[in-house]
Design a protein around this ligand. Structure first.
Ligand SMILES: Cc1ncc(COP(=O)(O)O)c(C=O)c1O
Ligand SMILES: [Zn+2]
Length: 435
């Protein structure tokens, strides 16, 4: 039986502009405010904080669902459906997304003198990135609205996720990719899941701009993170993380930033938990960008978040190679509401952090490693203090970008060895000696 609770309900929702505050019923094809063209966010006007006993009961209900066999209960997104837009079961497209591990990083935590450090590994989602949590919600709503095609522009992971969920839903998927700038693992996924892939001679920002115009004339639902339902799915990582931490709020949560939807969603999740009285305080949510793709860092430094400073993005962490982030206003609000920091890290710092995470058995893709590189910088600056607790959000699986790893791991180029016991032992001794 589907467990239900009377309060708060899987709420009726509205869409509100993050800039002028106008609410609207119909999002239109590009999910922008009819008054000022800024992004929209999902709000739940009828939701109020439940009595304390009820908040506790809600936590119990979410826990109980983990032992259910119903697809919506098994999902680490739809399990929290009281805090999501209402969608009829027949429209829900789910592949047990969420349910990702919270891995202690003992070595890195010790080195940084933190009392506890964890990696919330969103790369363990069905298609290997956090995108699945958001796509599950956005595509379910597209299905409920009667769309038979969905589309996205992507640095790679969104395309893999959209293609997979569309295939599950029996929908057509169209993806626009920046030619030559997508890690091969991600491109291969999109193709294998059956997407109609178009590589454009531009960057991600250029692809998104074109797609905005396409959807005004072409009947496909836009699943980029300008679609505010994406963030509703992605915010559930905050709920799951808190459950895994026994509802003890960490001092810091650190996340890489590209188009800035994920950091915005994470912040929204924590803010909603606090509004509902499910947590008493907020973690500081800090956002880390690559130095060559740091529009938010510059926006905060140069005008305290008032006007976006666009950059011409360059970084080998291709997932965050974005110079004109759509969700910048939402991310600025998260930094201000949670007291988080915004930092940028060099290519070398990303590569070193990625190798360290790999060496601790928690490998990830380059963009994800920006979180550890950023944490190190925040420890050095004193923003993160000895004895504090921190969670890194690892956004993508290490197999997404194999070329990056093989180039970084020089040991591989030592070449093959003859199948001879003595030679193998000799090579092992050389490795032991550090050659
Ligand atoms: C692995 C990975 N990390 C981080 C990001 C950045 O997320 P956002 O664009 O929501 O800031 C992306 C986006 O594509 C990604 O694929
Ligand atoms: Zn507006």
């Amino acid at each position: 039986m589907r467990a239900t609770v009377a309060h708060p309900r899987a709420a009726t929702h509205a869409l509100r502009c993050v800039h002028c505050g106008a609410t609207q019923v119909n999002a239109g094809p590009v999910f922008r405010c009819g008054q000022c063209s800024e992004l929209l966010e999902v709000i739940y006007p009828e939701r109020t904080a439940p009595p304390r006993e009820f908040a506790l009961r809600l936590k119990e209900i979410w826990k109980e669902r983990k032992t259910s066999t119903l697809a919506e209960d098994v999902s680490g997104v739809w399990r929290y459906r009281e805090l999501l837009p209402q969608v009829e079961s027949r429209h829900v497209v789910t592949m047990s997304e969420g349910n990702t591990p919270l891995l202690p990083l003992e070595k890195a935590g010790r080195t940084l003198r933190l009392s506890r450090l964890f990696a919330k590994h969103q790369g363990m989602n069905p298609t290997g990135s956090f995108k699945d949590t958001g796509i599950s919600v956005a595509i379910s709503i597209a299905k409920a609205e009667g769309f038979s095609s969905v589309c996205c522009a992507s640095t790679g992971n969104t395309s893999a996720s959209v293609a997979a969920y569309a295939a599950r839903a029996g929908m057509k998927s169209i993806v626009l990719l920046p030619a030559g700038q997508v890690a091969s693992g991600k491109l291969a996924q999109a193709l294998e899941y059956g997407a109609h892939v178009l590589e454009l001679r531009t960057d991600f920002d250029g692809c998104l701009k074109v797609l905005h115009e396409v959807v005004k004339k072409f009947p496909a639902c836009l699943l980029n993170s300008v679609n505010p339902y994406r963030l509703e799915g992605q915010k559930t990582v905050a709920f799951e993380m808190m459950e895994q931490l026994g509802w003890r709020v960490p001092d810091h949560v650190i996340v890489p930033g590209g188009n800035l939807a994920n950091s915005s969603a994470l912040g929204k999740g924590f803010l909603e938990l606090r509004e509902l009285g499910l947590i008493a305080s907020l973690p500081k949510v800090s956002i880390i960008q690559a130095q060559g793709a740091n529009p938010l860092v510059r926006t905060m430094r140069e005008n305290d978040g008032r006007e976006l400073v666009q950059v011409n993005a360059q970084t080998r962490a291709t997932a965050i190679r974005i110079g004109n982030p759509a969700s910048w206003r939402k991310a600025v609000a998260v930094l201000k509401n949670t007291g988080g920091a915004c930092e940028d890290v060099s290519e070398e710092e990303i590569a070193a952090a990625k190798a360290e995470l790999g060496a601790e058995g928690a490998g990830c893709e380059p963009a994800s490693a920006a979180s550890l590189a950023g944490l190190k910088k925040l420890v050095r600056s004193g923003f993160v203090k000895p004895g504090e607790t921190a969670v890194l959000v690892l956004t993508g699986h290490m197999l997404k970008d194999v070329d990056y790893m093989l180039q970084a791991q020089r040991r591989y180029s030592a070449g093959p060895v003859e199948p001879d016991v003595a030679e193998v032992i000799q090579r092992l001794e050389q490795i032991d000696a550090g050659n």
